[in-house]
Design a protein around this ligand. Structure first.
Ligand code: FES
Length: 223
């Protein structure tokens, strides 16, 4: 895997937050609003968060029989293809093939769901499994109201180092080992997914929470 390949995959959500055939999670990547969910077989889905009919957000809808059902008129779109297969007001109608949700490629690695937005990007999922060491624990996702590049610069200033292979930032925050995955969500909004070797509930985990809040305050003070 190379860094160019890594750069096009965005860590949009924790894999554990998506339940097969159940919930829909809102996500962002480079300003693109996403609806994230799982098919009944567990396959992750990342769709533009907009119904092709009247642009209502898919995240307002629900997952029904391996389809995403829009909250407004109930049109249903199939997992995988995004093809509309049912219009409740016209149950006998053959739905035109061009009524289709916009879908994006997904990959799951290191406990995260990754999304690729660009169709020109390398199609193969990068080896993102090394982004977080095996056995590490999730700490939190930090929301920072600043550009992702500013967040990366702040991590570098605190001595964390970007790993070329995975794109993760590794080092210590206030003495606690941390892996940080930075998501470029919107022009002035970044998410930082933090993982650590500290045990859940431990003093070290609490210290990392405190360090994360301090990190955010320091970054946002720049703006
Ligand atoms: S807006 Fe989604 S079904 Fe009409």
């Amino acid at each position: 895997m190379n860094t160019q390949n890594t750069a096009v995959w965005h860590p949009v959500a924790r894999s554990a937050d998506l339940r097969p055939g159940d919930n829909i999670v809102a996500g962002f990547a480079e300003g693109q609003e996403l609806a994230l969910w799982r098919a009944t077989d567990g396959t992750a889905q990342a769709w533009e968060n907009r119904c092709p009919h009247r642009s209502v957000r898919f995240t307002l809808g629900q997952v029904v029989d391996n389809h995403l059902a829009c909250a407004y008129h109930g049109w249903q779109y199939a997992a995988g293809s995004g093809q509309c297969t049912r219009i409740p007001a016209h149950p006998a109608m053959q739905v035109p093939r061009n009524v289709c949700a916009r879908t994006f490629a997904t990959a799951e690695a290191a406990g995260m769901l990754w999304v690729r937005l660009s169709p020109e990007a390398p199609p193969a999922a990068p080896a993102l499994a090394d982004a977080v060491p095996a056995g590490w624990h999730f700490c939190r996702t930090l929301t920072v109201n600043m550009p992702a590049d500013t967040v990366r610069a702040a991590l570098a200033q605190r001595g964390l180092i970007a790993e070329a292979a995975s794109g993760a930032w590794r080092g210590q925050l206030d003495g606690v080992a941390a892996a940080a995955l930075v998501l470029d969500a919107q022009p002035r909004l970044a998410f930082v997914h933090l993982w650590t070797d500290a045990a859940p509930g431990s003093l070290a985990m609490q210290a990392l929470h405190t360090a994360a809040r301090s990190l955010r305050a320091g970054i946002e003070a720049l703006g």
